[in-house]
Design a protein around this ligand. Structure first.
Ligand code: ADP
Length: 206
């Protein structure tokens, strides 16, 4: 027919341990995409150590004092993607699962359950950086989970999650300069945005 369907945006996620450069690179990616004429927005979830599904259900069950807008995040994400906006997300379900399951007594599969069925990212770039290199990036140890022993446990959980072939993982060497990492991320993102245009949005871990 003569009616052109609106091409959807891509759901692009940056993951990785603390100080890997996720926030820096999300901002640069969104800026570069916008500069190239592609609608793009950055997204973050309010509490990165809690899974997104748990955040929403806790809110619905009135168990937490989450801000009102949290519960609207998922419908908003879907709407923006449908409207053609590419979303660049600074940490998604993977971080929550990796952080929670790295604590003693939490099994990985159990930690994944609340986030099954979330909008599935079209691309998850894992910014790889050794704990030693991360420690050189300053302010190490100030945040709740930033001790290198814990970081190593988190890294192992991420490695396990990355073996799942149903998710489009791409490992990125985050030890390079900010500009080099950005170029790499931009290349993968552009390829992915073009591919995602014609594909339906998937459901995570289903
Ligand atoms: P994250 O969001 O993964 O915790 P940030 O983007 O906040 O990481 O970066 C952590 C710190 O490391 C910041 O001070 C940032 O300027 C610096 N940084 C980020 N990327 C690089 C890089 N490629 N090389 C050196 N320093 C970097």
């Amino acid at each position: 027919t003569a009616v052109m369907a609106c091409k959807r945006g891509a759901l692009i996620v940056l993951e990785g341990v603390d100080k890997a450069g996720k926030t820096t690179q999300c901002k640069k990616l969104v800026h570069a995409l916008q500069q190239s004429g592609r609608p793009a927005e950055m997204m973050r979830f309010p509490e990165r150590t809690t899974t997104i599904g748990q955040l929403i259900s806790a809110y619905l069950e009135n168990k937490s004092d989450l801000e009102d807008h949290t519960v609207h995040l998922l419908p908003l994400m879907k709407k923006k993607l449908e409207q053609g906006t590419t979303l660049v997300v600074d940490r998604y379900a993977f971080s929550g699962v990796a952080f929670t399951s790295a604590k003693p007594g939490f099994c990985l599969d159990w930690c994944m359950k609340p986030d099954v069925g979330l909008p599935k990212p079209d691309l998850v770039m894992f910014l790889q950086l050794s704990p030693a290199e991360a420690a050189l990036r300053g302010q190490f140890g100030e945040e709740r989970y930033e001790t290198s022993v814990f970081q190593r446990a988190v890294q192992q959980k991420f490695e396990h999650l990355m073996k799942d072939p149903s998710v489009n993982w791409r490992a990125i060497d985050a030890s390079q300069s900010i500009e080099d990492v950005h170029e790499n991320i931009m290349t993968h993102s552009l390829n992915n945005i073009n591919a995602a245009e014609n594909l339906p949005l998937g459901e995570l871990w289903k």
